[in-house]
Design a protein. Structure first.
Length: 415
C-alpha cells in the first residue's frame, strides 16, 4: 500500500460512516445499497485524484460532495428502469456537506442497523459495514467467516430494512425503551468480538474495540440516550477492559493473564473515565446485567495488585449478575471468583456442577479453568487432561500457546 492509498484509507475509516449517515437521512435507509456504492465511488475517485491534484483543503467536505454527486448520478441512472425520484434528487442537489458528521445522523443510522427485526450477527455486521466503514473482508476476518457469507448476511439485513419500511430516526418513548437495549447489545458483541479474537494469530482486534468505544461515546453524548444508565454501564465496562488491553499480550504475542499483568502500564485515564461512567450508571433506578459486569471490572481496575483484589466485592457483583444473566458463562466466571475467595476446592465443586452444560463442552475457558484448579490441588493427571480438552476447542494462537505451556508445566510437576 503506497502513501496515497494509506491516506485515503485513513479518511475512509474517519468519514465513510458519517457520510453514509448523512446520505441515509436524505435518501432513507431503504437505499443503503445505493448509498454505500456512492460512498465507495467517492473514495475510489479520491484514490485517483488526490495523488494528481493534491490533498484538498477540506478532505471531509470534498469526499461528502463527491459521494453526494455519485448518489445523484446513481439515482438518475436508476430512473431508466423506474420513475425518477425527483424529491430525493432535489434533496441531494441542495444538501450542505457542512452537515456531515451530525451526531443525530450517526445515531439514527445505528438504530436502523440494530432494528430488532435483524438477527444479532446481522446487526453487528451492518453496523460495521455502514456505520463504521469496515469492508466485507475485514468483517469476514473478524467473524472467522468468508466474504460471500458476510455479503449474504448484509443482503438479508438490507432486505428486511426495505420490507419493514424502517424510518431514519432516533426513537423515543416506548420505542426507545424497546430498541436501545438491542443497540447496546450489538455494540457489546462488537467489543467482545474484538477483545478476544477467535481462531487465528491475534488475541485482540484493536479496530473492533476502538469502534465499539467510539459508538458508545456517541450514545453517552447524545441528549436522548446520554442519560440512560445501561449506556453508561456499557461505557464503563469497555473502558475498564480496554485500559488493560496493551498488557494482555507480550512482545512475542503471548497471552498474559490478569494476575501477571503490569498494572502500572494500565491506561489510568481510561480507568478514570470508566469510574465516571460507572457513577452515572449507578444513578439509574434500574440495574442491568451490564451494571453488574461493569462493577466486576471496576473491582479489578481498582486493585493495585492481583493479591489485593476484593474478592468479597466480586462475589457480591457475581451474585447479582447470576440473577440478571444466569448463563453458563456467567456461572463459570462466578465459580472462578469463588475459587479465589474460598479456595480451589470450592471453585472446582462449582465448575463440576456445570460439567453437564452442553454449551461449555466446546468452550476453552471452562476446561482451562478446571485444569488450573486441578493443578493447584495437585491433581496433575486430571489437570493435564483438562488442558488437553481446552486445546481441542477453537482457539487463537496466543491462547493455544498459553495452554500448551500450562499442559507442559503440569507434566513437569509430576504427571
Amino acid at each position: 500500500m503506497d502513501a496515497a492509498d494509506a491516506l485515503v484509507g485513513d479518511y475512509y475509516r474517519q468519514e465513510a460512516g458519517k457520510i453514509a449517515a448523512w446520505l441515509a437521512r436524505l435518501l432513507g435507509p431503504s437505499r443503503l445499497d445505493l448509498i454505500e456504492d456512492a460512498v465507495q465511488d467517492a473514495f475510489g475517485t479520491a484514490l485517483v485524484r488526490w495523488p494528481l491534484d493534491g490533498m484538498p483543503a477540506r478532505p471531509g467536505a470534498w469526499l461528502a460532495t463527491a459521494a453526494r454527486n455519485k448518489a445523484l448520478d446513481r439515482l438518475k441512472h436508476a430512473s431508466r428502469s423506474s420513475p425518477f425520484d425527483e424529491q430525493a434528487a432535489w434533496r441531494l442537489g441542495f444538501c450542505d456537506p457542512a452537515e456531515v458528521g451530525r451526531l443525530d445522523d450517526t445515531l439514527a443510522l445505528m438504530f436502523v442497523a440494530c432494528d430488532p427485526a435483524l438477527d444479532p450477527d446481522e446487526q453487528v455486521m451492518l453496523t460495521l459495514k455502514t456505520v463504521c466503514g469496515f469492508d466485507v473482508g475485514e468483517i469476514a476476518r473478524a467473524y472467522l467467516s468468508t466474504a460471500d457469507a458476510v455479503i449474504q448476511r448484509l443482503v438479508r439485513a438490507k432486505r428486511k430494512i426495505r420490507e419493514r419500511g424502517l424510518r431514519f430516526e432516533i426513537p423515543d418513548g416506548d420505542q426507545l425503551a424497546e430498541r436501545l437495549p438491542v443497540l447496546v447489545q450489538a455494540i457489546y458483541l462488537l467489543f467482545n468480538g474484538g477483545y478476544t479474537a477467535g481462531a487465528g494469530e491475534a488475541l485482540i482486534e484493536p479496530l473492533l474495540c476502538a469502534e465499539a468505544l467510539r459508538l458508545t461515546d456517541l450514545l453517552t453524548q447524545h441528549r436522548v440516550t446520554g442519560g440512560n444508565g445501561e449506556v453508561h454501564a456499557l461505557a464503563a465496562l469497555m473502558c475498564f477492559h480496554h485500559a488493560r488491553a496493551a498488557t494482555r499480550v507480550g512482545e512475542a504475542g503471548e497471552l498474559i493473564l490478569l494476575a501477571e499483568q503490569a498494572r502500572e502500564n494500565w491506561d489510568q485515564a481510561l480507568i478514570a473515565r470508566g469510574f465516571g461512567h460507572l457513577r452515572r450508571a449507578m444513578s439509574s433506578t434500574k440495574l442491568t446485567a451490564l451494571h453488574a459486569e461493569a462493577g466486576i471490572a471496576s473491582v479489578h481496575a481498582a486493585a493495585p495488585r492481583f493479591a489485593e483484589t476484593d474478592w468479597a466485592a466480586l462475589s457480591h457483583h457475581y451474585a447479582l449478575l447470576e440473577e440478571l444473566k444466569p448463563t453458563p458463562v456467567v456461572r463459570l466466571n462466578a465459580a472462578i471468583a469463588v475459587a479465589y475467595a474460598e479456595g480451589a476446592a470450592a471453585g472446582l465443586v462449582r465448575l463440576d456442577e456445570l460439567g453437564a452444560t452442553a454449551r461449555l463442552h466446546r468452550y476453552p475457558p471452562y476446561h482451562a479453568a478446571r485444569g488450573d484448579l486441578l493443578q493447584r490441588l495437585g491433581r496433575h493427571d486430571e489437570a493435564r487432561g483438562a488442558f488437553g480438552r481446552a486445546l481441542d476447542c477453537p482457539l487463537n494462537r496466543a491462547e493455544r500457546d498459553h495452554l500448551l505451556k500450562r499442559q507442559q508445566a503440569c507434566a513437569a510437576d509430576g504427571c
